[in-house]
Design a protein around this ligand. Structure first.
Ligand code: MSP
Length: 502
């Protein structure tokens, strides 16, 4: 039976246009989603926009438009980013949609029923930038949030979620599910935060109006994080008992940035436990990007625009760079030099050159997949190609995305050495049978590389597979075993990865 797989990005605040951080989170999910589809899984990949809350309300006000007009405009930009990045999401949820609002209100009522919500008064610190409440003890000596965001003192009537009640249950859950929060360093942080004692959480606001109305209340809107987190189930049709909900909940993975781990690994599971809903299987918190060594911020004027980056370097090149440059989970640094080096050294000179020199050599002979002898399966390079899959699958299960790109690079290095070692141009004069074997192995290696590269660089990989004449139906991972058919005519080769000229 086909296995289901549900992966989500955080939903993005529409207070501003998308930047490289948003592109990175979405892209990492896209790579995993595409990989899982190639394995034969039935994947649901969700992304969307987080459109309520004080921050968005204020941005709309600053732009002299209504919040609704503002979010409608900005949300489109996030959809355009998906298209520009070649993202394969199956749905795009907006928290201003009716399907979502109804789900949030339903969950609210469920939490009232379960006795987890009570009315009180909030008096404390709030950061609009983080849309988060902070205890006095969490503030820095200078009076900022631990994230560096400014905070303001607020006092207002508020509904509370009885988070403290769930402390032990959460700790038991982390204990029983060691893979629930990744990487390990984040898991440890979350556990010590929960162990240090949980306060009940304010979950409604009366000082803003831009939010989901609390059922039966005229003044309160739902706190933006309770609203936003619900997207992961509202997109599946919650509270209706839909086929999507059956197939895809609990989610296999919520991918988030490290800054929002607490919301996903503490608040969200507590809301779900209280609502009697199953918990997601895992939460992966990735690191943050800096620009040429500096923190990315609007005030520093160094925000990286993903649209401009793609226009300059190409979509697959940007996808490759972002996935290759940092170990998923660690922080990373963008630099123009590093981008150009990756494009020229790895894509153009290594993988592109391997394909180009092999294919153009063959095109000068007879432009056909060569014949080979029967002992080809004993070839070390082919054995290596085949052996990579198991390790790749295991790595992707652990979100170790880089491992796959390391392996592909290693394979391309070995194939380039193989050409130099066997020198098919010399064999052409001395031993054409052996030359057939060598070229066949090289074409097979390029086929493996192209199939493995599909989740990362879908367009370039398709281009490579087209040049090899691989049928569309034969491009998934189970088809890795289907060898190229000798005698098949090849298209005239064209370079896949042009060098980036300065
Ligand atoms: N709206 C919330 C998420 C709600 S999910 C139920 C939110 N939105 S956000 O737009 O501020 O951030 C979305 C994601 O972008 C986060 O995962 C965040 O970590 C990521 N990034 C924002 N800046 C980043 C970098 N400089 N580098 C990498 N990712 C960063 O939080």
């Amino acid at each position: 039976m086909q296995q289901n797989y549900y992966i989500t990005t955080p939903i993005y605040y529409v207070n501003d246009v998308p930047h490289i951080g948003h592109a990175y989170t979405t892209l990492s999910c896209d790579v995993i989603a595409r990989y899982m589809r190639l394995c034969g899984k039935n994947v649901k990949f969700l992304t969307g926009t987080d459109e309520h809350g004080q921050k968005v309300e204020k941005s709309a006000l600053n732009n002299n438009v209504t919040p609704k007009e503002f979010v409608d405009k900005l949300s489109i930009r996030f959809k355009e980013l998906c298209a520009k990045l070649n993202i394969s999401n199956d749905d795009f949820i907006r928290t201003t949609e009716e399907r979502h609002i109804k789900a949030v209100q339903h969950l609210w009522n469920v939490l009232i029923e379960s006795g987890d919500i009570y009315l009180g008064k909030y008096a404390g610190w709030y950061s609009m930038r983080d849309e988060a409440f902070y205890a006095e003890s969490e503030l820095t000596p200078e009076g900022f949030a631990p994230t560096g965001a400014p905070v303001e003192w607020i006092e207002e009537p508020s509904y509370f979620f009885a988070l403290s009640k769930w402390q032990d249950k959460l700790l038991e859950w982390y204990d029983a599910n060691p893979g629930f929060i990744m990487p390990l360093s984040r898991r440890n942080e979350v556990i010590s935060f929960v162990k240090s004692g949980l306060n009940d959480l304010s979950i409604s606001r009366t000082s803003i109006t831009w939010g989901v109305p609390v059922p039966g209340e005229s003044k309160h809107v739902v706190y933006v994080w309770l609203d936003a987190l619900t997207n992961y189930i509202s997109a599946l049709g919650y509270p209706k008992d839909t086929p999507d909900f059956h197939q895809f909940w609990p989610a296999d993975i919520h991918v988030v940035g490290k800054d929002i781990t607490r919301f996903h690994a503490v608040y969200w599971p507590a809301f779900l436990m209280a609502g009697g809903i199953q918990l997601p299987k895992s939460i992966m918190a990735h690191g943050w990007w800096t620009n040429e060594g500096q923190k990315i911020s609007k005030s520093l004027g160094n925000v990286i625009d993903p649209f401009a980056l793609i226009d300059e370097f190409g979509v697959d090149q940007v996808r490759y760079f972002l996935m290759r440059e940092v170990i998923f989970g660690n922080d990373g640094n963008y630099s123009r030099d590093a981008m150009i080096n990756r494009i020229n050294n790895e894509l153009s000179n290594k993988i592109g050159n391997l394909a180009q020199r092999t294919l153009s050599f063959i095109s000068k002979i007879d432009a056909k997949i060569p014949n080979h002898r029967s002992n080809i399966e004993e070839d070390d390079l082919l054995i290596y190609c085949k052996s990579l899959r198991a390790g790749f699958d295991e790595a992707i299960e652990k979100q170790n995305i880089n491992f796959v790109l390391d392996g592909i690079n290693e394979l391309a290095d070995r194939a380039n050495l193989y050409i130099d070692h066997h020198a098919p141009w010399a064999l052409k004069k001395t031993d054409t049978v052996k030359m057939g074997d060598v070229l066949y192995v090289l074409l097979e290696t390029i086929r493996y590389i192209a199939i493995y590269l599909q989740p990362f660089m879908p367009t370039s990989a398709t281009n490579m597979l087209n040049q090899l004449g691989v049928l569309e139906a034969d491009r998934d991972f189970p088809s890795l075993d289907k060898r190229l058919i000798p005698g098949t005519s090849l298209l005239s080769p064209s370079p896949v990865f042009p060098r980036f000229e300065w």
